[in-house]
Design a binder for this molecule. Sequence first.
Ligand SMILES: Cc1cc2nc3c(=O)[nH]c(=O)nc-3n(C[C@H](O)[C@H](O)[C@H](O)COP(=O)(O)O)c2cc1C
Length: 487
Amino acid sequence: MEAPSDLRELLELLESRGLLKRVRTPLSPILEIPEVLRRVMRSGGPAVLFENVEGYPGWRVVGNVFGSMERIKLALGVERLEDIGWRLAGLLWRPPPTGVLEKLSSLRDVAGLARFTPKPSRRASFEDNVLEGDEADLNSIPAFKSWPRDGGRYFTFAQVYFRESRSGTIGIGTYRVMLKGAREAVIHWQLHKRGRHAYLDAMEKGEAMRVAVVVGGDPAAMLAGAMPVPPPVDKLFFAGVMAGRGIRVYKLPSGILVPSTAEIVVEGFIEPGRESEEGPFGDHWGYYDKPVHRFPVMTVERIWMRDNPIYVGTVVGKPPLEDAYIGKAAERIFLPLIKTLIPEIVDVNMPVYGVFHGIAIVSIRKTYPGQAKKVMMALWGLGQLSLTKILVVVDHDIDVNDLNQVMWAVAAHVDPQRDVVVIPGAHTDHLDPAVVVPGYGSKLGIDATRKLPEEYGWREWPLEVEPDPDTVRRIDLVWDEMGLGGS
Ligand SMILES: Cc1cc2nc3c(=O)[nH]c(=O)nc-3n(C[C@H](O)[C@H](O)[C@H](O)COP(=O)(O)O)c2cc1C
């Protein structure tokens, strides 16, 4: 299965499989379309294409494109999302080649990585309309107001493209963008994100930072914006790894590469230190952010768009909404890389209702005392996993996706005075509503593994109840005849 290279191609594919519905009812992007999307997302419904956008003739709006694992897999052309992580991690997991043939084959694999690099294109779909000066008006785009107390209209699922001056790589971040008038917007990259680091670098040099806000385009690049790819890995390259082929890109006058199939590209720059208030905004924790913060202001130079453009939006709020599936996809895609760095990890579950950075459950194959806490410390130092507030570590035989099994492990294996760690004064998700100072709070780790003698006063851990195997076999033989159901 090939990954589609254009949002429109993906929408056709979804429609052909009954995974997209069209809506002709006139609806406004102010609260109305978001409310429809919120309901559809919460009930696990299809992608929705709104063909009659009130106040925006000629426009269409699509949402919930990635609101199921099935749709994300179709967008990326894979059956198993872990396979994407293995495309990179798999190279490290094999024994070094010894024979000549083995060496040649491993060289081929490394050279094969080149097929994921961006492919330059002289033409772009969005060259249809290029608006500059007074013609370039952000208000002409049907950006959403999602919640009644949001401070304005937002691009809720746009990708912010920029060049990272230290490495020369392209960064792509799905950061919300608040419209502030016709030619200004505020970009909400949080404390720990690559966009903010690139901005700090530009500030240090006293240079304006070039940015392009992209809507639609290659579905893999759309998803790459939300992936916690460790710097300095180029995010366009990573998008290519996800798609299984290079992303077709177009070079903007600013030198930034963007997918050539984008629906809308807003090109502009951020002057060093120019910031403005952002918010309030109803975010993925289910709260309006407070207090309102200052974030960098983008000045718009040019807006490019396709004929009959399709605007892509999403709604974030109390889970589960579309971002829950995108977060789950990130969990699956990065698991092979996490296992490469922390080999005792067997599986990870960041439950949807745990808001991803709220709670993570990790199972490990434990072989030495103190290993669960070692894993906690490793995860709290690892990329965006470091933002996880509460970590629960269980043994490998506990299914991390079965929250009842996890509850049993926590209840039966934890002596809080020994197995619970609280780390005060630690960094947290920028938006965590529970902490007083945004981005600064504490961590909780729960070691729910069975304890080794060293951890258990040199005593043996109690024997777990298991039925007698001979009796199990005998009862299996007569089970059905008793008509008790179950097994
Ligand atoms: C729908 C959606 C909205 C998001 N909004 C923001 C945001 O406003 N600010 C932010 O820093 N991260 C936001 N994120 C999370 C980032 O996209 C994610 O952390 C990603 O890894 C950022 O890219 P980076 O790691 O290259 O900085 C959002 C994710 C999704 C799926």
